[in-house]
Design a protein around this ligand. Structure first.
Ligand code: GLY
Length: 366
């Protein structure tokens, strides 16, 4: 079984190919887009596991490749990383009619997309995401960026890929914790906009996490379908696209308070943040306590952390969390912007959230 999801953006439309073993078809899928030697940007971990199979699939179609292997880890998504990558790409001889491939997780996808957008004023690129998080979120929708000392993703542009190839079979090589962190973003789609998908995840989540092909392909493809629909309506995040940030305001503050360290992965922060967003919504009478409990139950049943107290080590203080939220790039005109919920599957952008109430809520939350 495999699925194709189209992101409909007129002349910039593209397909997301989701399937177990999709990498074996990468050569055939990329052949119509490839010109000359194809730079394949990856990191040292992904290179060990998947580069040979990927390159073999391209070679079988007569496509020559120039692998560029970057250091693994978030530090690569930086001006220094961009400089190294730009230099390697320019040396590879890729030109404006060419194609650059990002083979890896969010760091490689975001950095490569950004380099592709700015080199020679814009070169096409393909996303071959190798983590669940990048398959359901960062490889789709055209957000590219690097981090600066001031914060994450603050330097970037929108640059849509020409194609996304998501091979669900290679997720078997992901550490369990990373798989779960990506799964938090899958849960997010159900919680933010699709009650039927949320119910499907309640019934089938264990199969997804056990890598049952059909369940995993459905979860990835449906997440991509939901993201594609939102991106089609609001590519530049003027409104509705912000719904994809459900759980992210609390989540980013928790990540910042734990130093963006191994204590809390991004997806784990999103999982806790999503539960907090529902609990906060329930405290305002926007959704029911049962809705919030249902979200918390599914997060916990999946094996993800669901409360601040689940984070190992010293609990981040309320003042610290409030300070991080005030610095979040989603702050608009000094007001806290949150994604809140009216029920499971019905979220909305709340642009005028009262900081004092959030503070009281956090101080009182387990
Ligand atoms: N990751 C959120 C977005 O793409 O808008």
């Amino acid at each position: 079984m495999s699925e194709i999801v189209t992101v409909g953006l007129g002349a910039r439309s593209y397909d997301i190919h989701v399937g177990a073993g999709a990498i074996a078809h990468a050569g055939a899928l990329l052949k119509p887009l490839a010109r000359g030697t194809l730079p394949v940007v990856t990191d040292e971990n992904v290179a060990k596991l998947h580069l040979d199979a990927f390159v073999a699939s391209l070679h079988a179609q007569g496509i020559q490749t120039a692998p560029i292997v970057m250091a693994a880890g978030e530090a690569t998504k930086s001006f220094a990383g961009l400089e190294r990558l730009s230099s390697a790409l320019l040396k590879s001889g890729v030109d404006r009619g060419g194609l650059i491939v990002a083979l890896g997780g969010g760091v490689i996808g975001d950095l490569t997309g950004f380099a592709a957008a700015v080199l020679k004023r814009g070169i096409d690129f393909a996303q071959v995401p190798t983590t669940l998080l990048s398959q359901v979120d960062s490889s789709v929708g055209g957000k590219t960026a690097i981090n600066t000392v001031e914060g994450k993703n603050l330097v970037g542009v929108f640059h849509q890929p020409r194609i996304v190839i998501a091979d669900t079979a290679i997720l078997k090589t992901l550490p369990r914790r990373e798989m779960l962190a990506g799964y938090a973003e899958v849960l997010k789609y159900g919680a933010l906009g699709d009650a039927a998908f949320f119910a499907w995840l309640e019934a089938n989540g264990a199969k997804v996490l056990a890598h049952e092909d059909n369940a995993l392909i459905h979860a990835v493809a449906h997440s991509c379908r939901m993201k594609a629909a939102i991106v089609e309506r609001d590519e530049r995040e003027k409104g509705e696209r912000a719904l994809l940030n459900l759980g992210h305001t609390f989540g980013h503050a928790l990540e910042a308070a734990t130093g963006f360290s191994d204590r809390l992965l991004h997806g784990e922060g999103v999982a806790i943040g999503m539960v907090l967003a529902f609990r906060y919504s329930a405290s305002l009478g926007l959704c029911t306590a049962d809705d919030a409990a249902r979200v918390e139950r599914l997060v916990r049943a999946s094996g993800l952390p669901a409360s601040i107290g689940d984070i190992p080590g010293v609990r981040p203080g309320t003042d610290e969390l409030m300070t991080h939220m005030a610095h979040d790039k989603k702050v608009k005109d000094g007001k806290l912007v949150f994604i809140l919920a009216r029920s499971v599957g019905q979220s909305f952008v709340a642009e005028d959230v009262d900081a004092a109430r959030v503070r009281a809520f956090l101080a009182d939350t387990p």
